[in-house]
Design a binder for this molecule. Structure first.
Ligand code: AMP
Length: 477
């Protein structure tokens, strides 16, 4: 039994295209014809306007077709698949034991938990049964949760296969499969597990695949696992969320920890996510920050599930303003209001840069991404700039300076930044700063011509210029 009747036949392509065009006109969740219990939950969540990926995807999924969604985390893609799936689930059915009707596969435990939370939030008035199957915690509770069958199971691939092997779960009743962050699942080596899982699913299921990027391997996977999929794409990866203001600081490797501290003090960021390449590196950065009096915590694969959840909760609640993460651990972090992403290490895979900086500027907000780049990372920056088709302005240590009114700093860390007036920079710098902010935290055009970050003793450290002169004092919103 399928959740939604599949639309097949010669008119299918034309009909879906017409529907896709029509969907651009949808401006309210009421326009989709979603179950009232869902629109009520959305109103409670204060979702008023569907995001572009939701506008495109919801009608396609409701019509029963397979969909490839090209969208980054932060675009609202979870609701894009969760809402129409919940709509299909609304007509309650008897659940077979040890089985699920919808299976969502995601690469990390954190992302899986967040997807489950979203299903529960949007489906709170529907009385659906949803469960989580992730590694790092005991299987007992998961086995018990599956006993009577569930509507939605959100899982990481390894634990899902363990449950199947242990006869705690059958996959022959799955009506809809979602592969979320498919590119990341491939990067993390889950391809064999995914193939094993898909081989156990009914051929007549609906399949939805979401990916931030569309490398060849993902296109091949989609060709094997989806039937006549319709593609829904928003913000191609190369266009890197235009709202994100990007900057680069050139610094010797050994000076990075000190540069980071100066940056955090000078920049007075709000909620900040710092990326390191390794787990060891993340711990080292946290130790250094704590030694200098800046509260921070780390999240990476060596931490237990409990530790990770605690760190994430403290970050989300604003108890800890700075979280240091590796790429894989950060993948599932769904925290709004991240003002700054700092790349302590420049990633050697350009797409990773896009994933990282996309953690700020979520759900329509603006954000700042700063990368500390040593000599050896220069080549990585070139690759990134090629991918995003823009150059990342370098914070220039040569500009003269003036002081910023400390009253502008509302929620800064440590000391207010020191700002120096200086000459305008080259046009190269101008492209990346479409939304300059005032030095009082609100958005607007800054009159500051250039900025310098200074050490506490007043000696200059790193300076930015022209449009990069957007020292932001974020309030605690
Ligand atoms: P996602 O891309 O699914 O990780 O979603 C990013 C963030 O946007 C999450 O915090 C969602 O709660 C939020 N969000 C998703 N859709 C909407 C919407 N239509 N209106 C407002 N916020 C949304």
């Amino acid at each position: 039994m399928s959740i939604i009747a599949r639309n097949e036949g010669p008119l299918h392509a034309a009909a879906t295209t017409a529907r896709a065009i029509e969907s651009f006109l949808l401006t309210s969740f009421h326009d989709f014809g979603l179950n009232d219990a869902i629109t009520r939950a959305l109103a409670e969540e204060k979702y008023f306007t569907p995001t572009p990926i939701q506008v495109q995807t919801i009608p396609l999924v409701m019509a029963g077709g397979d969909v490839i969604g090209i969208a980054q985390t932060g675009t609202g893609k979870t609701a894009a698949f969760a809402l129409p799936i919940l709509h299909g689930l609304a007509s309650q059915q008897q659940l077979p034991r040890k089985s699920c009707r919808v299976l969502v596969l995601s690469p990390t435990r954190e992302l899986s938990s967040q997807i489950l939370d979203s299903f529960r939030a949007y489906g709170r008035h529907l009385g659906i049964r949803a469960a989580l199957a992730i590694g790092g915690v005991s299987m007992g509770n998961q086995v018990r949760a599956l006993l009577g069958g569930v509507d939605v199971l959100v899982a990481t691939p390894g634990r899902l296969l363990d449950l199947v092997k242990g006869n705690a779960l059958r996959l022959d009743n799955v009506e809809c499969l979602v592969l979320d962050e498919a590119d990341r699942m491939l990067d993390m080596g889950f391809i064999h597990d995914i193939r094993k899982i898909v081989a156990k699913l009914p051929a007549g299921r609906q399949t939805l695949m979401f990916s931030a990027t569309m490398p060849r391997a993902i296109a091949d996977l989609a060709a094997q696992m989806l039937r006549n999929p319709v593609r829904a794409a928003v913000a191609p990866v190369a266009s890197t969320a235009e709202r994100i203001e990007q900057r680069l600081i050139r610094v010797d490797r050994a000076a990075k920890p000190a540069a980071l501290v100066d940056l955090l003090r000078g920049e007075a960021p709000g909620r900040t996510l710092i990326f390191t390449r390794t787990k060891h590196g993340a711990d080292k950065v946290v130790r250094h920050l704590i030694r200098t009096g800046i509260a921070a915590s780390a999240i990476h694969g060596n931490k237990s599930q409990n530790q990770r959840e605690r760190a994430l909760a403290a970050f989300r609640d604003g108890e800890v303003r700075i979280l240091v993460a590796t790429d894989i651990a950060a993948r599932g972090i769904d925290v709004d209001g991240i003002s700054h992403v700092i790349n302590f290490d420049v990633p050697n895979v350009p797409e990773t840069y896009v994933h990282r900086i996309g953690r700020t500027a979520r759900a329509g907000a603006a954000g700042i991404a700063i990368s500390l780049c040593d000599r050896e990372e220069t080549a990585y920056v070139r690759d990134i700039e090629k991918l995003i088709r823009r150059s990342i302005p370098v914070i220039d240590p040569a500009a003269p300076a003036r002081r910023l009114d400390p009253a502008g700093m509302k929620a800064g860390i440590g000391h207010p930044p020191t700002v120096r007036a200086g000459k305008q920079r080259s046009p190269r710098d101008s492209s990346a700063h479409k939304q300059p902010r005032s030095d009082h935290g609100s958005r607007g055009t800054s009159s500051i011509a250039s900025v310098a970050f200074m050490h506490r003793d007043g000696s200059p450290a790193y300076r930015s210029s022209s449009h990069a002169a957007t020292v932001t004092a974020h309030s605690k919103d």
